[in-house]
Design a protein around this ligand. Structure first.
Ligand code: SF4
Ligand code: SF4
Length: 254
């Protein structure tokens, strides 16, 4: 199911969820990285040693939830946008969910947005608590949302309703706007693969990590074919371009 739709199933999630006792102690990272891919910035970013060293670069990350303090540094370093921090101790009724967010504009702190689940379905209204946007290159902004506690393990994205327009860029790598995707659907391109091939949406370095779901959501809205019934396009692991100097001299090369 995950390979077909890109959406984690309950079975996938069961293996990575922190125990309830740990969630009751404070913020902790949840790593929703389900495929073996050559990637490990989560491990190198965590200075607390909470993510185990990879024996093989293709290993899936394994977290020691007792060493994790929920700082969220790994979120902004993960090119797969696979890491979230959940704080169920935020208040009696609310939880804080830290989410990687790569769209522009970023939401403003204190505003309300529509929180979405892993399939892009609206779940609840949520308040934007904080927006961290590091000036360092290649770091993903992190948005903290205040959500009703029962949705802490459900909310994984959000929509800034007022800002979505035809000019909103939904594929950042190839700079494809929502309007271009809508126009293609109107012209009769009704599958993710068709839209990808004609527009290049999803063909950039991130391989459609977020635009895949957004395009499927648009197809669902226009045609009534649910996301789970649509066919996922093929995609490769996300790539991170590096300078040739790094290859020649390693990390310390000036
Ligand atoms: S949230 Fe912080 S402590 Fe926890 S795994 Fe990520 S970087 Fe390490
Ligand atoms: S995609 Fe993110 S969580 Fe998965 S291995 Fe890479 S950095 Fe770690």
């Amino acid at each position: 199911m995950l390979e077909k739709t890109g959406i984690a199933t309950e079975q996938d999630l069961a293996g990575i969820m922190p125990p309830k006792e740990r969630l009751a102690q404070g913020p902790v990272a949840v790593i929703e990285c389900f495929q073996r891919i050559p990637c490990n910035p989560c491990y190198t970013a965590c200075k607390r040693g909470a993510i185990q060293e990879f024996e093989d670069i293709n290993d899936r990350p394994v977290i020691d939830v007792d060493k994790c303090n929920g700082c969220g540094i790994c979120i902004s370093n993960c090119p797969g946008l696979s890491i979230f921090v959940i704080d169920e101790t935020y208040s009696d009724t609310e939880a804080l969910v830290k989410i990687p967010y790569e769209f522009l504009p970023l939401p403003e702190e204190g505003t309300f947005i529509t929180a979405l689940d892993r399939e892009g379905k609206a779940v609840c209204r949520a308040k934007v608590h904080k927006v961290l946007n590091s000036k360092a290159q290649d770091k993903t902004p992190v948005v903290s949302l205040i959500v009703p506690k029962e949705f802490s393990m459900v909310v994984r994205c959000f929509s800034i309703d007022d800002f979505y327009s035809d000019n909103t860029i939904i594929c950042r790598c190839e700079e494809i706007t929502l309007g271009q995707v809508r126009e293609l659907i109107r012209k009769g391109y009704r599958s993710l693969d068709e839209i990808k091939r004609i527009s290049r949406a999803g063909m950039g370095p991130c391989q459609g990590r977020t635009c895949r779901q957004l395009i499927m959501q648009e197809i669902a809205a226009a045609t009534g074919v649910k996301m789970g019934e649509q066919r996922m396009s093929t995609f490769r692991p996300p790539a991170k371009p590096i300078k040739l100097g790094a290859l020649l001299g390693g990390d310390d090369h000036e």
